[in-house]
Design a protein around this ligand. Structure first.
Ligand SMILES: Cc1cc2nc3c(=O)[nH]c(=O)nc-3n(C[C@H](O)[C@H](O)[C@H](O)COP(=O)(O)OP(=O)(O)OC[C@H]3O[C@@H](n4cnc5c(N)ncnc54)[C@H](O)[C@@H]3O)c2cc1C
Length: 279
C-alpha cells in the first residue's frame, strides 16, 4: 500500500443517520488496480489545515476505508464512512464537498473463502457494514450467508442486495456507544458447520475476543476464518501504550508479524505477546 493516487470528491450522500457515502474520481485512478477481494480497503490521506502536510506516508493524516464500489470505467471509488464522532476521518466524511481532494493508496484485502466452500458467516459492527454490503453484492447465487451486524441505530440498517441466500440479524449495541455484544451474540449461534468461512470486522478489542472465542469454542482451522480489528475504542490510550514500548519490544512485535505466513497464524503468536505487553 505504497502508491498514492490524488482524487477528487465527486459526490456525497447520506445513506443513513450514521453512514455517509463519498464518491471519489480522478484520472490517476486509471492506474489503480483492485485486488478483487470484496473487503479491500485503502489508506485515505486526508490533508489537515496546514497546506504543507504531505500526501504520502504520514500516518497522522491517513485512515483506512473499505472500497464499497470500484468502477474502472469512471474511474471512481466509493467509500461509506461511519460519522461516529470527532475523528479526522469522520469529520472529513461529514464536511467534505465535491471538488475537495484527498489521496488514496493501492488496496489490500483479506476476505478469502476457501475454494469449494459456499457457506459464510459475516460478523461486523458499523465500520464493517460497507465490506459486508460489497461481499453480498458480489456473491454468487450458490452461496449462503448468515450475517450479524451491530449498529448504532436501527435506522442504519441499509438494504443489502445480493444474488446469494442471505439471512441478516441486526442488533443495536457497541460502536463506541456502549460495550459490543458481538461475541456474546456469537455464543448463541450454532457452531458453523463444515467448511463455513467466518469473517469478522469490528472494534479491535472485540475482534480479539472473537478470535479467542472462535479458537476455543468453534475450533476451526485458520484457513476457515479471518478476523480484522477495524478501530480502537481506546485509540488514544493504545497509541500511548505503543509509544511507551522499548525499541526491542517494538522490534519483537514486527518480527512476529511474518508476511510469509497467514495472518491468523501470526495472531497465534501475537496475541500472547500483546497480553504480555499489556496491550
Ligand atoms: C481494513 C479496514 C477497513 C475499514 N473500513 C471502514 C469503512 O469502510 N468505513 C468506516 O467508517 N470505517 C472503516 N474502518 C474503520 C476506520 O478506519 C476507523 O474507525 C478510524 O479510526 C476512523 O478514523 P477517525 O479519524 O474517524 O477516528 P480516529 O481519529 O481514528 O479516532 C478518534 C476517536 O474516535 C474513536 N473511533 C474511531 N472510529 C470509531 C468508530 N467507528 N465508532 C466509534 N468511535 C470511533 C476512537 O476510539 C478515538 O477515540 C476500517 C478500518 C480498517 C482497518
Amino acid at each position: 500500500m505504497t502508491d498514492s493516487f490524488v482524487v477528487t470528491v465527486a459526490a456525497t450522500e447520506h445513506l443513513s443517520p450514521n453512514l455517509r457515502r463519498v464518491a471519489l474520481t480522478g484520472e490517476s485512478l486509471r492506474a489503480w488496480e483492485s485486488t478483487g477481494k470484496a473487503d479491500e480497503f485503502v489508506h485515505v490521506h486526508i490533508p489537515g489545515d496546514n497546506p504543507a502536510d504531505g500526501w504520502e506516508d504520514d500516518h497522522d493524516i491517513a485512515r483506512h476505508y473499505t472500497i464499497r464500489r470500484w468502477d474502472p470505467a469512471g474511474p471512481s471509488l466509493v467509500l461509506d464512512v461511519v460519522t461516529h464522532g470527532h475523528g479526522l476521518g469522520a469529520t472529513w466524511a461529514k464536511t467534505t464537498t465535491p471538488g475537495d481532494t484527498v489521496a488514496v493508496s493501492t488496496p489490500h484485502g483479506y476476505y478469502s473463502p476457501p475454494e469449494g466452500s459456499t457457506r459464510r458467516l459475516l460478523i461486523a459492527d458499523a465500520t464493517g457494514l460497507p465490506a459486508v454490503a460489497r461481499i453480498l453484492e458480489e456473491a454468487s447465487p450458490n452461496e449462503t450467508f448468515d450475517v450479524l451486524i451491530e449498529l448504532i441505530s436501527t435506522d442504519d440498517a441499509i438494504a443489502l442486495p445480493s444474488p446469494a441466500t442471505v439471512n441478516v440479524e441486526w442488533r443495536v449495541s457497541g460502536n463506541g456507544r456502549g460495550p459490543s455484544a458481538l461475541v456474546s451474540a456469537m455464543g448463541r449461534l450454532e457452531v458453523p458447520e463444515g467448511d463455513t468461512y467466518v469473517w469478522v470486522a469490528c472494534e479491535s478489542a472485540e475482534s480479539r475476543r472473537a478470535r479467542a472465542f472462535i479458537r476455543d469454542s468453534w475450533a476451526r482451522h485458520h484457513s476457515l476464518y479471518r478476523i480484522v480489528g477495524y478501530w480502537h475504542v481506546d485509540q488514544e490510550e493504545q497509541l500511548k501504550k505503543w509509544e511507551a514500548l522499548t525499541d526491542e519490544q517494538k522490534a519483537r512485535y514486527l518480527e512476529i508479524w511474518d508476511e510469509n505466513r497467514p495472518d491468523e497464524v501470526n495472531w497465534l503468536e501475537l496475541e500472547p505477546y500483546l497480553q504480555e505487553l499489556g496491550l
